[in-house]
Each structure stands twice: as C-alpha cells, then as structure tokens.
Design a protein around this ligand. Structure first.
Ligand code: ZN
Length: 259
C-alpha cells in the first residue's frame, strides 16, 4: 500500500475558486458565454453526449524533475483542448483555449490575486488562466495520476466559464457564508466530475492500472468548499464511468450529494 504524503494530499484538491465578477466586454471569437436562468441547471453541456474516443499519451515523467513535469502538463493541456473543443462544438457552446502557466512557489500573480498557500492549482475566470504549482511536494509524486487529475479539474473550471456556469455563480449575491459555500461545492464537485469524465474518455490510452485512479479518488478529504471526501469520490467516479459531462449536473443533484 502506498502512503500518501500529507502535505501533497492536503493541497491536491484544494484548487481554489475565485469569486470574481464575470468578464465584461471580452467576447470569444465564437461568441460569449450563455447567460440565463437555467444556465446552471439546464446547460447544453449536459446534453453533449460522451466524449469522442481520443488517445492522450502521457509524456515520460519521473519524480523530482520540474522540466519533465512542465512538459507533461503541457501535453495534457493539449489533450484537454482537443477533447473539449469537440465537446463544446457538439453542445454549440463557444470555445477558446485557456492560458496555462506553472509556478514553483505560491504568492505569484494569477490574474485573480496572488496564488494562495494550500492550493495546488488555480483557475482565474478573468483572464481564463490556469496556474499550476509545481513544488517539491507534488514533484516527489509526479508519476502518480495527481498532475493529470488536477489539471483536468482546473480545465473543468474553464469549461464552466465558457458555458456560463461560472458566470452565473459569480454574478449572484450570497446572503451568508453557508449559502455561498453550498454553491461553491456545486461548482467544485462539478469540476471533479468533468475531470473524471475526461480521464475516463482517454483512460484506455493512458497505460495506467485501476489502482492509479483509485489512489487519487481515495486521496480526497473533507472541506467546506470542495465537499466531503465521499462526495468528491462520488462525482469523480461518476464522471469517469459516464465519460460524459451528462453525469455532472451538480445543480440538480440532491443536497446530500453536494454536501
Ligand atoms: Zn476547483
């Protein structure tokens, strides 16, 4: 049995979501993100069907090698771009690639403030940029599926931004912290599910064994913003099994599943 390193695990799923206002005036080439009352509960992304079967070959990776990890992540982002571009087209939603950067330390600018301590990666909806922390903790476990899962999760936030789901979240006022966190969890658990759906769709090309996925699923832990470890595992597996965003409607799920 592999014992996860505590400092790494405590950061893995703590990719923070920023409550930033929706970007105004910047239109994607293929159109702005949809808006409207049912943009979260009835988004076209849920009817986009399964991902097309695609290969996503992982690049060689070894522990404690920053350059290899950077290249590895860039290739995974390419895979995500290809798969999601097609998926968004099927849903007739606008698409543009996210910006992507790595950093070896926290505190650097992300477009949504400084990179926070305790986070593994950040998506900023204002500049549509993913910033990924490659520090010694995660580099020591670079061969695990964590890098893959976390980047696919952050990309899930980008998909939420493109599809209007994030804009609806950021455009609302929340009466208190409890109400706010309940909505954050729907966003975060959906990003987990979207990550799982992508991973499931390319799984056969990854040359991984099932325990690699189980290891990541079981590394989840409870937080008020990302949900209980049980629910994180639930949504990650649900997406993985469905290989489709259709499994990822956390906005119509029972409260117990988004706790
Ligand atoms: Zn997140």
């Amino acid at each position: 049995m592999r014992i996860p390193l505590i400092p790494l695990v405590s950061g893995v799923l703590a990719s923070l979501l920023f409550a930033a206002p929706a970007t105004a005036g910047v239109l994607e080439r293929s159109g702005p993100a949809p808006t409207g009352k049912s943009v979260q509960t009835g988004n076209p992304i849920y009817k986009s069907g399964k991902f097309e079967i695609k290969a996503c070959e992982e690049q060689p990776i070894r522990p404690d090698d920053l350059d290899a990890a950077r290249v590895y992540l860039e290739f995974v982002v390419d895979c995500l771009n290809t798969s999601w571009r097609d998926q968004m087209a099927k849903a007739r939603l606008p698409f543009s690639k996210p910006r992507f950067a790595t950093t070896s330390r926290t505190g650097v600018p992300t477009g949504c403030g400084k990179f926070p301590k305790g986070a593994q990666a950040v998506y900023c909806p204002l500049n549509k940029k993913i910033t990924f922390l490659l520090d010694p903790g995660i580099l020591s476990q670079a061969t695990e599926l964590f890098l893959f899962e976390v980047i696919a999760h952050e990309y899930g936030h980008h998909v939420q931004q493109l599809s209007g789901i994030m804009g609806a979240f950021n455009g609302r006022k929340y009466g208190n912290q409890k109400v706010y966190l309940a909505e954050v969890r729907k966003i975060e658990l959906q990003a987990e599910c979207l990550s799982g759906a992508f991973i499931g769709s390319v799984w056969r090309s990854l040359n991984r064994v099932e325990s690699d996925f189980t290891y990541v699923v079981e590394a989840a832990y409870d937080t008020a913003s990302h949900g209980s470890s049980k629910n994180i595992a639930h949504w990650l597996r649900r997406g993985f099994n469905a290989e489709s965003p259709s499994a990822c409607n956390t906005f119509t799920a029972p409260a117990s599943k988004v706790a």
